[in-house]
Design a binder for this molecule. Structure first.
Ligand code: SAH
Ligand code: F3S
Length: 454
């Protein structure tokens, strides 16, 4: 009864939370397995950002419930955002669940499982479903442990939880709560340990990382706590690259723009969520900037780093988005020239301000708009990658490719790169001469100080 499989839906924050749960379960003597059929306990760490993500997890839980009927000791848990969002409603809908744990209670999972296993072993009546979705002060500090991994090059580090914004479409403030930052010292120490274990790249995570510590730590020399944290991590030996996700356009003040110029390990790649490229839609979404301001941020970043790479999140079919609004948004999206983008079809979320907005857009129309943006993106990413053909790029080698005998890594601009490599190069920075590009990947040969190698 002690083999656990964790299935994760959604964003990198969820991946990180799952790793924490896995680590705490291992410390408690559980074994964390990598497939559900070998497990006595399956935990679904869920996402609520769109209805589809919730439906997927509900479908999976329903499927697992069938197994429970033939194997009554098999246990099912739902963790994370959907547990927080739907709580007791889930108990009614999925009576076979053993465990429902919210986003501030991940650390309690081992205790709950211990309790459930004891009850099951006592062979009495089936124990009651455990529902633990309260808020807990300091819960942001619990996401700190990493599973030991062989040849780990890159790691995620959670720096804060929650979001105080009120974007009309977004369920995150409800599922993740108010903004809470981890102490800077603890984060720096965690990155030190990762560096000692050989990690070369860290990605700082939070729902709105640019707000990191703004009420806990003072601005020093005009630098926000977030920029101070980036500088502290830049000083850590062994770390070669720093990334973060997700920031908010509002957080791009001069100090952060200058960090791209002054902090050598901060990579030239920024995920800058746009959501809409039309001021009327931005206002309706309650996003506190105009497209002109967004353009200014992009220009100021390109002024300090001319070959900056931009990624974004954009939503099509927000309620009231007319054909004209969308065309304006699409034109702006094209004009900025995003190298990567997550394009979302608007999904109604219960309890958000947009839930009751009139003029919902049809599924077919959202689909069409989605394709318009996907086409723009595909053209731009291909063009951008083609610009690299013939150049030499610095690649951080991650490991063997999934298929074939090639190796994979990334440029500082987060371009997926494929080349002939060698196990010994994992975790190294190498130079690759690019000889071919697709929209998603660049291909090339490693070179050493201008001389072909390997
Ligand atoms: N800053 C946050 C954003 C969370 S949601 C973070 O990364 O943690 C991620 C993205 O999902 C948003 O930027 C938005 O583009 C999209 N999204 C959020 N709510 C949505 C909804 N109701 N329908 C469609 N897309 C949505
Ligand atoms: Fe969501 Fe807006 Fe915050 S997208 S996570 S409410 S900045």
């Amino acid at each position: 009864m002690n083999r656990v499989y964790i299935k994760t839906y959604g964003c990198q924050m969820n991946e990180r939370d799952s790793e924490q749960v896995a680590s705490s379960l291992r410390d408690r003597g559980y074994s964390v397995v990598d497939n559900e059929f070998d497990a006595d306990v399956v935990l679904l760490n869920t996402c609520s950002v769109r209805d589809q993500a919730e439906q997927k997890a509900i479908g999976k839980a329903g499927y697992l419930a069938k197994r429970k009927r033939s194997d009554p000791n098999f246990m099912i848990g739902v963790l994370g955002c959907m547990a927080q969002n739907r709580g007791s409603e889930l108990m009614d809908r999925l009576p076979d669940l053993d465990l429902i744990v919210g986003t501030q209670k991940f650390h309690a999972v081992p205790d709950h499982l211990d309790h459930l296993i004891k009850s099951y072993s006592a062979q009495g009546p089936r124990p009651a479903t455990v529902l633990d979705i309260d808020e807990e002060e300091g819960s942001q500090n619990a996401i700190k442990d990493h599973l030991p991994k062989q040849d780990q090059v890159s790691a995620f580090v959670s720096i804060m939880q929650g979001c105080n914004m009120n974007c009309a479409f977004c369920i995150v403030p409800k599922t993740r709560g108010r903004e809470r930052a981890r102490p800077m010292e603890q984060i720096v120490e965690e990155v030190h340990e990762l560096a000692e274990q050989g990690v070369k790249e860290v990605t700082l995570l939070g729902q709105i990382v640019t707000s990191y510590g703004r009420r806990d730590f003072p601005v020093v020399d005009g630098k926000s706590p977030f920029v101070q944290l980036i500088e502290r991590i830049n000083d850590i030996d062994g770390i070669e690259r720093i990334r973060f996700t997700s920031p908010h356009p509002r957080g791009f003040k001069q100090d952060l723009v200058e960090a791209y110029r002054d902090v050598p390990k901060l990579c030239e790649y920024v995920h800058l969520p746009l959501q809409a490229g039309c001021n009327k839609t931005l206002r309706a979404m309650n996003r506190p900037y105009t497209k002109e301001r967004f353009r200014e941020i992009v220009d100021s970043l390109r002024a300090v780093v001319p070959d900056m790479y931009f990624s974004t999140d954009i939503i099509v079919g927000f309620p009231g988005e007319t054909e004209e609004d969308f065309s304006e948004s699409a034109a702006f999206f094209e004009d900025i020239g995003f190298d990567m983008s997550y394009i979302f079809k608007y999904s109604i979320r219960t309890g958000t301000p947009a839930e009751t907005m009139l003029d919902q857009i049809s599924t077919e129309e959202k689909e069409r708009r989605n394709h318009v943006l996907l086409d723009i993106l595909a053209k731009r990413s291909l063009w951008r990658n083609e610009q690299l053909v013939g150049t030499v790029q610095e690649i951080l080698v991650e490991g063997p490719a999934k298929k074939g005998d090639k190796f994979v890594g990334k440029t500082r601009g987060y371009r997926n790169s494929i080349f002939d490599g060698d196990e010994r190069l994992i975790g190294q920075l190498v130079q690759m001469k690019v000889n071919r590009a697709t929209a998603s990947t660049i291909y090339g040969d490693l070179v050493l100080a201008g001389v072909d190698t390997i």
